[in-house]
Ligand binder design. Structure first.
Ligand code: GRF
Length: 201
């Protein structure tokens, strides 16, 4: 029986898409549920196009709807893929060690509350860092703090702006997140990603 994965989203859903592409028929993991805190998230259309049940959380800061949906779909692993709100503490407690997040920088740098989307890449560029990357980590009660399971690195290039850097990092996220989910499915629970995920030249 494949590992049952729920993916939580807030927006576009390109990481959801990358995960769905990586989890073909016979894969060790299957996306059985998409959760969104926004009814207009384009990611919901991607879920609908694939016939995946989706739930828009009316009160995303409360655990009741989360836990009902996760239990109804017998979810083993929760993946935050561009989900921008804090997961309720009761959900973290119930699924401790079984919630992953992908963050578009090399944590612990450039993380924490308010550090999402374009702001992350602006901060990286403002710092003068020569490289950035993506991080997959376990989720606990504090934004971007849980144990790191894997990172990939990309260079910051002369002339980069937040959009060009974001695109380079996103391409890496699209490989790092599926690698983390497949490693978790093979082990039965999240584990450090065994193979390094490199940037494409
Ligand atoms: C990604 O960069 C993710 O790391 C960040 O928000 C972006 C979401 O992109 N937290 P998408 O919705 O998966 O396309």
């Amino acid at each position: 029986m494949p590992m049952h994965v729920a993916v939580a989203v807030s927006g576009r859903g390109s990481n959801l898409d990358a995960l769905l592409r990586a989890l073909g028929p016979g894969a060790l993991a299957r996306v059985v549920l998409v959760l969104s805190n926004r009814p207009d998230a384009p990611a919901l259309e991607r879920a609908a196009a694939r016939g995946i049940p989706a739930v828009t959380l009316r009160e995303p800061s409360e655990s009741r709807e989360w836990l009902e949906a996760l239990e109804r779909h017998a979810v083993d692993l929760v993946v935050l893929a561009g989900y921008l709100k804090l997961v309720p503490a009761e959900v973290v407690a119930r699924y401790r060690g079984r919630i992953l997040n992908v963050h578009p920088a090399l944590l612990p740098a450039f993380g924490g509350q308010g550090m999402y989307g374009r702001r992350v890449h602006e901060a990286v560029l403002a710092s003068g860092a020569r490289e950035s990357g993506a991080t997959v980590h376990l989720v606990d009660e504090v934004y971007d703090r849980g144990a790191i399971l894997g990172q990939g690195r990309v260079p910051v290039l002369p002339g980069d702006d937040p959009d060009t850097l974001a695109a380079r990092v996103l391409e890496l996220e699209h490989r790092l997140l599926p690698a983390a989910v497949l490693a978790a499915a093979a082990a039965g629970h999240p584990v450090p990603i065994p193979e390094p995920v490199e940037s494409h030249p």
